[in-house]
Design a protein around this ligand. Sequence first.
Ligand code: AMP
Length: 143
Amino acid sequence: MSVNRILSSKGHEVVTIAPDRLLDEAVRMLAERRIGAVLVRDGEHPVSGIISERDIVRAVSTHGADALHMPLSSFMTAKVVTCTSASSVNDVMEAMTNGRFRHVPVVEEGRLIGIISIGDVVKHRLAEIEAEAQSIRDYIATA
Ligand code: AMP
C-alpha cells in the first residue's frame, strides 16, 4: 500500500506555521486542532522544520514558561525526513521506527502535499489486515 492511498482517504490538509512565530502559538494550534505536530514553513521551502509536542515538552523543561515567548525556530527539528505519495507505507513505518518520530510530511516536486502520522499508518494497517482476514474467511467458506 502506498502513501497516496492514505492521503486519498484522509485528505491533503497540513497545519503549518512560520518559524518566527512564538512557541505559544504552536501550542495553541496543537490544542485547537487536536494534533501532535505542526509543520514549519518559511514561504520558500516546502518544509523548513517540524515542531511536535515532544519538542515543546523539552523546551519547557529547559527554559520553563519563558520558552512559550521564544521563537519556535529555536525548538523545531530542522532536518525533517519526508516521503512522497509513491512511498510504501511499510517504508514510512520503518522510517518512523528508526527515527523515533510519529509524523512524516509528504513532498512531491518541491510541494508539500500532506502529512502522515503514526495514527494514520496504524489505522490503514488494521484495515488491511482485516481485509486480508476477510478474504481468507471467504476463501475457506467457498472451498
Ligand atoms: P513526534 O514523535 O513526531 O512527536 O516527534 C518526535 C521528535 O522527532 C521531535 O523532536 C520532532 O521534532 C521530530 N520529528 C517529528 N517528525 C519528524 C520527521 N519527519 N523527521 C525528522 N524529525 C521529526
